[in-house]
Design a protein around this ligand. Structure first.
Ligand SMILES: Cc1cc2nc3c(=O)[nH]c(=O)nc-3n(C[C@H](O)[C@H](O)[C@H](O)COP(=O)(O)OP(=O)(O)OC[C@H]3O[C@@H](n4cnc5c(N)ncnc54)[C@H](O)[C@@H]3O)c2cc1C
Length: 421
C-alpha cells in the first residue's frame, strides 16, 4: 500500500476541472502530474468562456420545457440552442435520456445539489483568492435582464424558487436595475439580481492556477496527447501518450468533451455531447458594466473582464469541431442592442469569435466519482455550462474520493456509472 503522501496521481486534462483537481491534490501532499495535448493549455473550453460563478443556476439544462424549446429552436439558424440532426445511435440515445430527465422530479432533486455545489465552490474561490490565486474575482452579483414582461414573469418564478432554496434573489424594475449598475444604459422591462453570483477572468484563473501548481511541486506536461491506457486486471497501470507511458497509482480523467472517447478504450460508457458556444470580447467597449448579466430571452452572457467586455452564448449540441457558424455568432450580436442600446453590431467588426465545446451530460449534471469497473480511475467531467462555477468544489470532491474519505456533499447522483458501465 502506497502512503498517501507519496501517492502518484496523473490527471488527464488541464482545463479548469483538471487544474482544480491538481491544486486540491497537491495541497494534500499528493504527487501530481497533469497531462494535456495542447501547448500551454492553448484553447480549451475553460479559457474564453463567460467566467461566471453562478449559484443562481440551480436548474439543470434538462428541465421541463427544455426539450420542446430545443425542437422549436431547431429551425432557427440564429437561435441560442441547436441540435444538428444526424443519424447517430449515440445522439438518439443521448436525446432520449435528455427527454427522460426533463421532469419536475429530477429538477427537484438536482436543484439543492447544484445549490450546495455552487456555494461550496464560491467559498473555495474566496479561499483561493486569499492564497494568491489571482483571477480578478468580482463579488458583485449577476443580473438576469428581461426585455419582455413574459420573461420577467418566468424569471420572477425562478427567483421565488431560488429564495425557497436559500439563494438570495431580488426582483428589480428597470430604474432599480439602472441604479444598481449606472455604468450601462439598459432598455429592459426589469431584472432579477442574484447578489451571491460572481465573475472572474477565466484565462487569468487558468494561468494563475498553473503557476501555483508548479510552485508547489506539481508537474505539467504539455503537448502530451493521451492515446490509451495500459491495464492489468481491473487496474490501470499507465497512460499511453505520444510522449511515452506515464505510470501512476491513481488516474483522474478531466478531459472535457473528449472524455467519452477516452473511456471507450476502457469499455466504459460516459454519455456526453459537445455543446458548442461562442464568445466575443470588446477590448474597449463603449460602456463597461460592473455587474455581469444574462440577456434572458437571447441567452447571452455579458461579463466585464478587466477593461474589456465579453459576450458569450449559443449551445449547438452535437458538433465535435471548433468551426464557427457565422449565423449563430450574428444571433448573439444582434440581440445585444435590444438590451444595451449604446452597442451596435458594427462594434464587433474585426473581433475574432472564440469557440468552446462544453461537455454536456443528458441530465445536465456533472460526472464526479469513481467507476466500479476500474479500481484506480476517477472521473470528473460533464460540467456543461458550469465548469468554471463548479471547478474548485469538483477538485475538492475528487480529492476526497482519491483519499477514500466521505465527501461533504453527497455525490451519488453524480456517479459516472449512472448510465451503466
Ligand atoms: C461560450 C461559453 C460560455 C461559458 N460560460 C461559463 C460561465 O460563465 N461559467 C461557467 O461555470 N462555465 C461556463 N462555460 C462552461 C465552461 O467553460 C466549461 O464547463 C468548462 O470549461 C469545462 O472544463 P473542463 O476542464 O471539463 O474541459 P476543458 O476546458 O475542455 O478541458 C479539457 C482538457 O482536456 C484535454 N484533453 C482532452 N483529450 C485529451 C487527450 N486525449 N490527451 C490529452 N489531453 C486531452 C484538452 O486539451 C483540454 O485542455 C461556458 C462555456 C462556453 C462555451
Amino acid at each position: 500500500m502506497v502512503a498517501n503522501s507519496c501517492k502518484k496521481i496523473v490527471i488527464v486534462g488541464g482545463g479548469i476541472i483538471g487544474l482544480s483537481t491538481a491544486y486540491a491534490a497537491i495541497c494534500e501532499g499528493l504527487q501530481v502530474t497533469v497531462v494535456d495535448r495542447l501547448s500551454n493549455f492553448g484553447d480549451n473550453c475553460s479559457r474564453g468562456n463567460a467566467g461566471m460563478i453562478v449559484p443562481s443556476h440551480f436548474i439543470p439544462l434538462a428541465a421541463p420545457g427544455a426539450f420542446s424549446n430545443a425542437i422549436k429552436w431547431m429551425m432557427d439558424p440564429e437561435s441560442p440552442f441547436h441540435v444538428k440532426p444526424r443519424l447517430s445511435w449515440d445522439l438518439m440515445k443521448w436525446g432520449m435520456r435528455f427527454f427522460l430527465a426533463c421532469t419536475e422530479t429530477q429538477v427537484g432533486q438536482a436543484a439543492p445539489l447544484l445549490r450546495d455545489l455552487s456555494f461550496a465552490s464560491r467559498d473555495l474561490y474566496l479561499q483561493w483568492s486569499d492564497s494568491g490565486i489571482d483571477c480578478s474575482l468580482a463579488k458583485k452579483g449577476l443580473l438576469m435582464l428581461c426585455k419582455s414582461e413574459t420573461a420577467m414573469v418566468e424569471e420572477s418564478e425562478i427567483a421565488h424558487r431560488a429564495r425557497d432554496l436559500g439563494i438570495p434573489a431580488q426582483t428589480l424594475n428597470a430604474s432599480e436595475t439602472s441604479a444598481l449598475d449606472p455604468n450601462i444604459t439598459m432598455d429592459i422591462e426589469g431584472s432579477i439580481y442574484y447578489p451571491k453570483d460572481c465573475h472572474l477572468d477565466p484565462s487569468q484563473l487558468l494561468s494563475s492556477l498553473k503557476e501555483k501548481i508548479i510552485s508547489l511541486g506539481g508537474k505539467i506536461q504539455h503537448d502530451c496527447l493521451v492515446t490509451g491506457w495500459k491495464t492489468n486486471g481491473q487496474k490501470i497501470i499507465a497512460l499511453e501518450t505520444k510522449q511515452g507511458e506515464i505510470e501512476a497509482d491513481e488516474f483522474v480523467l478531466c478531459g472535457g468533451i473528449w472524455s467519452e472517447g477516452l473511456v471507450k478504450k476502457l469499455k466504459l460508457k460516459l454519455p456526453l455531447l459537445p455543446g458548442k458556444g461562442y464568445s466575443l470580447t470588446l477590448p474597449n467597449p463603449i460602456e463597461l458594466p460592473t455587474v455581469c448579466s444574462i440577456l434572458c430571452e437571447s441567452k447571452v452572457a455579458v461579463t466585464p473582464i478587466g477593461s474589456g467586455l465579453r459576450f458569450g452564448g449559443t449551445m449547438q449540441l452535437g458538433e465535435l469541431n471548433q468551426s464557427i457558424d457565422p449565423r449563430r455568432v450574428y444571433g448573439i450580436l444582434k440581440s445585444i442592442p435590444f438590451y444595451m442600446p449604446q452597442f451596435r453590431v458594427q462594434h464587433f467588426e474585426g473581433i475574432q469569435p472564440w469557440c468552446g465545446l462544453r461537455p454536456v451530460s443528458p441530465d445536465g449534471l456533472p460526472y464526479i466519482g469513481r467507476t466500479n469497473a476500474w479500481k484506480n480511475l476517477t472521473i470528473a467531467t460533464g460540467h456543461a455550462m458550469m465548469g468554471i462555477s463548479l471547478g474548485p468544489i469538483t477538485g475538492e470532491l475528487v480529492n476526497n474520493v482519491l483519499h477514500r474519505r466521505p465527501t461533504k456533499i453527497n455525490i451519488e447522483r453524480l456517479s459516472p456509472d449512472r448510465y451503466g458501465i
